[in-house]
Design a protein around this ligand. Structure first.
Ligand SMILES: [Zn+2]
Length: 298
């Protein structure tokens, strides 16, 4: 059995490793396999999202789950970009890992003919957690906002109906994988941002964006509240022209009401997830944000 693998991003694991059971640890960190038909999700047919046990990133959707009768949860697709593949140590099979934190998930097999996609992601239940879906069967979407310290933006957006999760991170800068320290120094060009994963059947992009404009002050230039610097500016990273048009319309509306909106609109660029200790900061510390609050503007 391999020792703690090199692909694992220790930064992202933080102290999560200590919260796992020895059996979970042996799977996610040392690539062990749970006994077939022993996992709790093998025959689970509920609608929802399967997340990484270690870092909570959404990995698989129930829509892609099928009955392979192989003894482990089987998916014929993964959420785009969420799963990394590499040749297994046995040199034969293809191992799958969480692309975010490197946790071992299982293996992927092609050409077995189970489904149209002809692919089987064979995953240990113990590498996953399951979040039952609240809304309809529509696919989840992602939206990107920056409105000052990401702790506060994440805190409020997570409370909105239809939002499945909010991740704090960095966008718009010039270096890869920036650290909090580097972003704080203000020379990397990154902006503290959040990735919002939402169910468009429950909340529209427009409603998300309106709420975003109401939980921070979009008129502040080069700062947000007590946090000063280009890393705290108000910005939206639009996935496409449709989102850009919605933001432009909302800014126009606010300007008509007399707000001098400073919010910048950028095309979506790479989102770098922030260090584990920044995620759900207020939730975990049982505190209320000092830098954000809700003000009705629409
Ligand atoms: Zn992970």
């Amino acid at each position: 059995m391999a020792t703690l693998q090199a692909d694992m991003d220790m930064e992202k694991w933080g102290n999560r490793l200590g919260e796992l059971t020895p059996q979970e640890r042996s799977i996610v960190a040392q690539k062990a396999t749970e006994a077939p038909f022993s996992g709790i999700y093998t025959t689970n047919k509920e609608s929802g999202i399967y997340r990484c046990k270690v870092c909570n990133t959404p990995l698989f959707k129930s829509d892609d789950k099928f009955d392979s009768n192989c003894g482990w949860p089987s998916f014929d697709d993964a959420i785009s970009g969420a799963v990394k593949e590499q040749t297994d140590e046995d040199g034969r099979r293809t191992e799958i890992l969480c692309a975010n934190c490197g946790a071992h998930l299982g293996h992927v097999f092609m050409g077995e003919g189970f489904t149209q996609k002809n692919t089987r992601h064979c995953v240990n239940s113990l590498s996953l957690t399951f979040e039952k879906k609240q809304g309809g069967a529509e696919n989840l979407k992602e939206a990107y906002f920056a409105g000052g310290c990401f702790w506060g933006v994440e805190y409020y957006l997570e409370k909105l109906k239809g939002v499945q999760s909010v991740v704090s991170g960095y966008m718009g800068g010039v270096i890869k994988n920036p650290t909090y320290q580097e972003v704080c120094e203000g020379n990397t060009g990154h902006i503290e941002s959040v990735k919002v994963i939402y169910d468009p059947s429950l909340v529209s992009y427009e409603d998300l964006a309106k709420y975003f404009f109401e939980i921070h002050d979009p008129t502040q230039v080069g700062r947000q509240g007590p946090d000063v610097g280009t890393q705290y500016i108000s910005a939206v990273f639009a996935n496409d022209e449709k989102e850009r048009a919605i933001i432009e319309r909302l800014i126009g509306f606010l300007e008509k009401k007399g707000y001098k909106v400073a919010t910048k609109i950028y095309d979506k660029s790479k989102f770098y997830e922030a260090e584990e200790y920044h995620q759900d900061y207020y939730e975990r510390h049982k505190k209320e944000p000092y830098c954000h609050g809700y003000i009705k503007r629409f």
